[in-house]
Design a protein around this ligand. Structure first.
Ligand code: RB5
Length: 141
């Protein structure tokens, strides 16, 4: 599994914490930036990360902005992307299990690093249940 990850200028510190966690777990990723001190408009970064997923280079994505909401609104405009802004474990689990979400959005100004890495773990460890949920996801597409 390869993760595409990116953030706007609100997210470099949290992104660094998540990358350290992915390193620790041996999970492969591609970091689309930005780094501390750089600025970017979140829709531009969302498109870059989402293109890596729809293009097949990466399997799942993580997007970070101040609230997580701008990234999720932007990512959901990309065909084939199902992005969920999560700040609790239950949502992070069931957006994978039921919505087959392929991008997790996190608000760096909403959740702390401890919770954020747990959200990432739950998101990455949960599989899509398929069945009746597939019919619903197919309708979205
Ligand atoms: C940037 O200051 C902020 O607006 C952005 O990170 C995000 O919160 C938008 O949804």
């Amino acid at each position: 599994m390869k993760i595409a990850i990116g953030c706007d200028h609100a997210g470099p510190a949290l992104k660094a914490e998540i990358l350290a966690h992915l390193d620790e777990r041996g999970i492969e990723y591609k970091d689309f930036g930005v780094q501390e001190g750089e600025k970017v408009d979140y829709p531009d970064k969302a498109r870059e990360v989402c293109s890596a997923i729809t293009g097949g280079e990466c399997d799942l994505g993580i997007l970070i902005c101040g609230t997580g909401i701008g990234m999720s609104i932007s990512a959901n405009k990309v065909r084939g992307i199902r992005a969920a802004c999560c700040s609790d474990h239950f949502s992070a689990k069931y957006t994978r299990a039921h919505n087959n979400a392929n991008v997790l959005c996190i608000g760096a100004r909403v959740v702390g690093a401890g919770l954020a890495v747990e959200l990432v773990d739950v998101f990455l460890e949960t599989g899509f249940e398929g069945g009746r949920h597939k019919r619903r996801v197919d309708k979205i597409e």
